[in-house]
Design a binder for this molecule. Structure first.
Ligand SMILES: Nc1ncnc2c1ncn2[C@@H]1O[C@H](COP(=O)(O)OP(=O)(O)OP(=O)(O)O)[C@@H](O)[C@H]1O
Ligand SMILES: O=P(O)(O)OC[C@H]1O[C@H](OP(=O)(O)OP(=O)(O)O)[C@H](O)[C@@H]1O
Ligand SMILES: O=C(O)c1cccnc1
Length: 467
C-alpha cells in the first residue's frame, strides 16, 4: 500500500544507530521484547494482529537513495550513510502466531539482531503492531456481543487517514465478516460488501425510481437504504415494491438498511411490514454510530437486525485510540539489561525469554501464562511479576510455548496465511479462553507470571543496579 523505507522511523533511532556505528558497537547482539502494559477497552484479552504485514515489509526494508540524500542534508556522517546504503535487517524474530489471544506484560514478540538492526526497526514494528492489534481487539469485542449476526466494516471514510487500510484488515482478523473497503478486498481476498448512500436516493426525484434503477443494475446482494424520507411510510413500502418486481424476474432483494432513529423500533416495524408482504427472506441491516455497547443494547432488545454495519467506532479504536505496546531492550553484548522504575510494574523483565500458556484438563486455557528464561521447560511455579509475595503452582498443567521462530536471517520462515486463515485461528483460540475472561464488564484477570529462575535473575539485576 504505502512505500515503506527505513526512514519510516523516529529520528532518535538514526541518531542512536549512528553512535553505535561510529563507536564500533554496531554489530553487538541485542534482544528486544514487544509487549503491552494494559489490555484495551477494560477487556480481558487482546488479539494479536499485524505480524505478517510487519514481516513482509521488514523483509524488503532498506534505505532508498532519496532517504540517503535526505539524511545527508540532516548532518548524518558520510561513513554511516555509506553503511546505511546497503543496510538490511538480518535478525531473528520469535513471536506468537498472528490472531493469538494475548495478554498484558508477557512478550508477544522478541527481536534478536545487531543493536543497529533491532533499533532501526522499532518504530515501524510498534506502528504496525500496536494499531492492528488494537483494532482486531475492538472487532473481537464487537463480535462477542453480535454473536452470529453479520458484521460489516464501514469505517474507511472516518479512519485516521490510510490507517483505514490496516483497520479493515484487522477487523476481519477480529471476526468481521466483510468490509466496504474495496482495496482491502482486492489485497486480502476478503468479502467486500455495501449498500447505497442517501445521496443516491436524493439525486432522484422519487425514492421508488432510485430503488428500481439500483436493483436493476446490481440485483445480486442488493441492499436498499430506507430512511431517507420516511422509513415506514415510504422507504420500506418502496423497498417491498421493488422486491416484488425482483421476484417477478427470479431475483431476490438481499436486505434493507436502517441508518437513523430508534433502530430497534424501526427494525421491528420494518420486519412486520416485510413479513406481512411475504418477504421474510429479506434481511435487515443497521448502521449509525454503532459500537459494542449499542449492539449489546440492540441484542438485549431483541431487535430483528441481521447485519450490523460498524464504522467510526471500530476503525478509530474508540475510546482507547491506541494500544500502549512497547519495545524494550532485555539483553545486549552478552548481558541481561533492565530499565528500573519506581514501580515494579514499569521495571522491565530482562533476558531472552519464552512464554508458556498453560492448559486445563479439557484443553482450554487455564488462565495463566508464565514467562521463563528461554532455555527453561516445564515450569513448576509462577511468581507475580509486580507483587513479590504472590505465586501459583502450575507444574501439573500442560504448557505450550507461544514464541516461535517466524524470521531468521531477515527472511520469513513461512508464507503469509490468508486473512481468513488468521481469523479462523483467532476464533479457535478465543474459543479456548474461558467465558469469565470474555465477560463484557469486569472480566476475570488472566494471570501472567515469571518462573523462579527468571524472578531470581531479575531481582539479581535490580540489586546489582542498586549497589
Ligand atoms: N434502540 C436503540 N437502542 C440503543 N441505541 C440505539 C437504538 N437506536 C439507535 N441507537 C443508537 O443511538 C445513537 C444516537 O441515535 P440518534 O437517534 O440520536 O441519532 P440519529 O438517528 O442519527 O439522529 P437523526 O434522526 O437526527 O439522524 C446511535 O449511536 C444509534 O446507533
Ligand atoms: O456511523 P458509522 O459507524 O461511522 O458508520 C458508517 C456511516 O457512514 C455512512 O454515513 P454518511 O453520513 O457518511 O453517508 P451517507 O450519506 O451514505 O449516510 C453510513 O450511512 C453510516 O451511517
Ligand atoms: O455500503 C454502505 O452502506 C456503507 C459504506 C460505507 C459507509 N457507510 C455505509
Amino acid at each position: 500500500m504505502f512505500n515503506f523505507t527505513l526512514t519510516y522511523t523516529d529520528l532518535y533511532q538514526l541518531s542512536m544507530a549512528q553512535v553505535y556505528f561510529l563507536k564500533g558497537k554496531a554489530d553487538e547482539e541485542a534482544v528486544f521484547d514487544y509487549y503491552f502494559r494494559k489490555i484495551p477497552y477494560q477487556g480481558g484479552f487482546a488479539i494479536f494482529a499485524g505480524l505478517n504485514n510487519f514481516l513482509e515489509i521488514l523483509e524488503n526494508l532498506s534505505f532508498s537513495q532519496k532517504d540517503i540524500d535526505y539524511l545527508k542534508s540532516q548532518d548524518f556522517n558520510e561513513s554511516f550513510l555509506a553503511y546505511l546504503k546497503d543496510f538490511k535487517f538480518k535478525g531473528t524474530i520469535r513471536a506468537c502466531q498472528e490472531g493469538e489471544v494475548i495478554f498484558a506484560t508477557a512478550p508477544i514478540l522478541q527481536v534478536e539482531a545487531t543493536i543497529v538492526e533491532a533499533q532501526l526497526i522499532e518504530t515501524i514494528l510498534l506502528n504496525l503492531l500496536n494499531f492492528q492489534t488494537l483494532i482486531a481487539t475492538k472487532a473481537s469485542r464487537i463480535k462477542l456481543i453480535a454473536k452470529e449476526k453479520t458484521l460489516l466494516d464501514f469505517g474507511l471514510r472516518r479512519a485516521q487517514g490510510t490507517g483505514g487500510y490496516y483497520a479493515s484488515k484487522a477487523a476481519i482478523i477480529g471476526g468481521f465478516n466483510g468490509t466496504s473497503n474495496v482495496i482491502v478486498g482486492r489485497d486480502f481476498n476478503v468479502p467486500i460488501s455495501g449498500t447505497m448512500a442517501h445521496s443516491f436516493i436524493q439525486s432522484y426525484d422519487n425514492e421508488l425510481e432510485a430503488f428500481r434503477d439500483f436493483a436493476e443494475k446490481r440485483p445480486k446482494n442488493c441492499v436498499l437504504l430506507v430512511d431517507t424520507y420516511n422509513t415506514l411510510k415510504s422507504g420500506v413500502p418502496n423497498a417491498i415494491k421493488v422486491a416484488k418486481e425482483m421476484e417477478a424476474k427470479g431475483q431476490r432483494l438481499l436486505a434493507i438498511r436502517l441508518d437513523s432513529g430508534d433502530l430497534a423500533y424501526f427494525a421491528r416495524e420494518s420486519r412486520k411490514l416485510l413479513d406481512d408482504a411475504g418477504l421474510d427472506y429479506i434481511k435487515i441491516a443497521a448502521s449509525n454510530q454503532l459500537d459494542e455497547f449499542v449492539i449489546k443494547s440492540l441484542q438485549e432488545q431483541n431487535a430483528p437486525i441481521d447485519i450490523y454495519g460498524v464504522g467510526t467506532n471500530l476503525v478509530i479504536g474508540k475510546p482507547d485510540a491506541a494500544l500502549d505496546g512497547v519495545y524494550k531492550l532485555v539483553f545486549s553484548n552478552g548481558k541481561p539489561r533492565i530499565k528500573i522504575s519506581e514501580s515494579l510494574a514499569k521495571t522491565t523483565i530482562p533476558h531472552r525469554k519464552q512464554v508458556w500458556r498453560t492448559f486445563d484438563e479439557h484443553g482450554n486455557f487455564n488462565g495463566a501464562d508464565v514467562i521463563s528464561l528461554s532455555d527453561e521447560k516445564e515450569i513448576k511455579k509462577m511468581n507475580h511479576p509486580f507483587e513479590p509475595y504472590k505465586s501459583l503452582i502450575i507444574g501439573k498443567f500442560h504448557q505450550e510455548a507461544l514464541l516461535k521462530p517466524v524470521m531468521e536471517n531477515g527472511m520469513k520462515l513461512k508464507p503469509t496465511p490468508s486473512l481468513s486463515e488468521i481469523a479462523q485461528f483467532s476464533k479457535e483460540r478465543l474459543a479456548l479462553l474461558p467465558l469469565e475472561y470474555k465477560r463484557f464488564y469486569n472480566p476475570h484477570i488472566y494471570k501472567i507470571g515469571m518462573s523462579d529462575a527468571l524472578k531470581e535473575a531479575r531481582e539479581q539485576l535490580i540489586n546489582s543496579h542498586k549497589n
